[in-house]
Design a protein around this ligand. Sequence first.
Ligand code: MLT
Ligand code: MN
Ligand code: ZN
Length: 300
Amino acid sequence: MRAVLLGTAAGGGCPQWNCACPVCTSGAPARCQDGLAVGADGVGWYLVNASPDIRAQILATPELAAGPGPRETPVRGVLLTDAELDHTLGLMMLREGAGLRVWAPKAVLEALDTGFPVRGILGGYGAGEWSEFVAGKEQEVGGLRVTAFAVGDKRPKYARSLPGVAGPWVVAYRFEDPATGGVLVYAPCLASWPSGFDEFTAGAGYVLLDGTFHSAREFGGATRAAGASGAQAAMGHLPVTGEGGSLAHIGRLRAERPGTRFAYTHLNNTNPMADPRSAAHREVCAAGAEIPADGTRVEL
Ligand code: MLT
Ligand code: MN
Ligand code: ZN
């Protein structure tokens, strides 16, 4: 299995257009909003999340270039971890892709029918074949064995008032290549370290985790930088450092699983880890996690 990290920033990207915080003005290499491309055979590729940056991300990735026929693309489908705009707005940019398969949890499909009615909109363009991805039930996608794991029930702000929609609203995906035994886990939004997540990541060679916030203290900073939306954006993301933070879990698991690489994605623009020259970046890497740049490739 091969994977390309198309983007590694949270909603808004890094730098964010309306933010002059120390990270956004640091001159650090820009990060697109998070997304992954994964493929078993290097011919058919599946996107995990479709950020509003998706057109530029695809054009920057030779593996995803259109062809060999004049109207062919190796991009076969999209799996959604949630219904947030940073993970779904790109579906609009994929409207030319007739027959594109989209998999998502039931609540996400409902949100994309109502609060953000992209399913109906894309229907007018002939794009999109929508399927539910049931958490805990393995599905075959492009030669990979894929399992979703419920990690939270945070709804997008536009879907707050949708009545009676049962979760999960947020999942992580586990991809296993039966040919190589390679396993990759993609969990860009983790409200907590849920019970059963250790088992879900067992045997993985590469685990991508929610790196939105370096510390809980940053929540206030995000509020100031992003206005009223910041306080809400801060919810639903387990910080990297501090007691019970994801880095402590990585430390614990690395001791048992020396073969597993752990990496952070979905970095908020206020997160000092986004700048490779920062002390936060150095310290997190010294603690055994990776903070990959956009375009990083992994083979498993
Ligand atoms: C999140 O990850 O919490 C959301 O994408 C926030 C947002 O709306 O940008
Ligand atoms: Mn997000
Ligand atoms: Zn900023």
